[in-house]
Design a protein around this ligand. Structure first.
Ligand SMILES: [Fe+2]
Ligand SMILES: [Fe+2]
Length: 253
């Protein structure tokens, strides 16, 4: 009987331990609270813990999110962290149909990864930075450039200022001066047309009836994205911390 009790006690203890492990406090980064226009001081971890002595601030994986593999690949980020990505998949297929090179198809596939997985504002700059160590320089350049070029027409390839922008930003919207300055620089760059091609295959690509799956691009990713063997976030690259921020977006420190 004693043995049975012991086993039962062990089970209780294990259960308690498991529920304790789920007892955690999330303290958001300043960026999230600023995006909610909340200028108040950050929550005080000690005060929150005083109310709930068993809880700890989150320093590991966030149980609310899908777990990531130990050595995550780009495809794992698409699966477990990026939101719906049909716009990117359709852009990439549109680029294939337009006869673009594999690396430019990859650029189209990745051009908005910051919008779907990281930070919206200046998403072309963030997105280019995220992939810079893993792709051809021209891909990085083009992703950065699409941020800027989409605001400027180019009749030579039939690209007009998007009507959707008139509706979304208002007819009187003008890009910020740093965008205009970048446009002047990018217009003269040898890879201008690569950046421009992203905008061409970006704007006209969305069709709610066309369904594309990521598997279609597995080979192109394999040949054109230098997946680090340690996993994105753990390869000691200059941007590894940015990928880790997507793995654990609520990590306290
Ligand atoms: Fe974009
Ligand atoms: Fe886009």
């Amino acid at each position: 009987m004693n043995d049975v009790m012991t086993l039962s006690q062990k089970a209780d203890a294990l259960e308690q331990q498991m529920s304790d492990e789920l007892d955690y406090i999330v303290i958001k980064s300043r960026l999230y609270t600023l995006a909610d226009a909340d200028p108040s001081p950050p929550p005080n971890a000690a005060a929150l813990m005083a109310q709930n002595p068993k809880a700890r601030v989150l320093m590991g994986d966030d149980p609310r999110l899908p777990p990531m593999p130990e050595k995550p690949t780009l495809i794992d980020f698409f699966k477990y962290r990026f939101g719906p990505c049909m716009h990117l998949l359709q852009s990439a297929r549109h680029a294939v149909n337009g006869g673009l090179s594999e690396k430019m198809v990859l650029a189209c596939l990745l051009h908005d990864i910051s919008t779907i997985g990281f930070i919206r504002g200046d998403h072309g700059y963030w997105g280019a930075q995220l992939v810079e160590p893993y792709v051809d320089d021209e891909v990085t350049w083009a992703i950065r450039a699409h941020q800027v070029l989409r605001f400027y027409p180019d009749e030579s390839v039939g690209y007009e200022y998007p009507q959707s922008y008139v509706k979304t930003f208002g007819a009187d919207y003008r890009p910020d001066p740093y965008v205009e300055e970048d446009y002047q620089r990018m217009r003269k760059h040898k890879w201008y047309m690569s950046g421009r091609m992203i905008t061409v295959h970006d704007i006209y690509s969305f069709d709610p009836d066309v369904h594309v799956v990521l598997d279609e691009f597995t080979d192109i990713i394999g040949r054109n994205f230098r997946q680090p063997k340690e996993g994105l976030g753990f390869d000691n690259s200059p941007v590894a911390h940015m990928w880790r921020a997507m793995i654990r977006p609520a990590k306290y420190l």
